[in-house]
Design a protein around this ligand. Sequence first.
Ligand code: ZN
Ligand code: ZN
Length: 168
Amino acid sequence: MKILISHISDDIRFFDFTSEKDDFDIPELADDVRLHVSAFRSSGTIHCKGIVYTAFHLQCDRCLDSYRMDIEESLEVLFTADPEAEMTEEQLVLLGSHDVEIDLKPFVRETLLLGLPFKKLCSTACKGLCVRCGANLNHESCSCKHDERDPRWEKLNELKKTLESAEE
Ligand SMILES: [Zn+2]
Ligand SMILES: [Zn+2]
């Protein structure tokens, strides 16, 4: 995921890379990592903007099943060789005066780590495991009693009863 600085000009150019998942030291990676990135130079600063594509192999927090999650994360990094450049930009990287290339791989790795979901769910409708017998309720139903009465429904039931008795 390296671009020779001499290949970057004022005109926008596009670059495509694929790196093996093992190169990133992220155990959740399920696929090789592709990067589609544009690069151009503007008043001494190199602008790189791209999209990282891959997939994670995760375990659902609720039902403990493994699932695959496709990843499409955007990435933006600016490089400058000017040590006086204002470091106010979020992702502005200072280049050494002898650098001949920029390597986007560390930034791709960072993007992927930030893209790892904090809450892992195989689906928003995941029913999880039965708290009594441990059955995966997405795949099977169990005979345990599930006391899942919601007080809000209780109120509605009360109201329904009142309405029904009023009709009699
Ligand atoms: Zn699940
Ligand atoms: Zn059960």
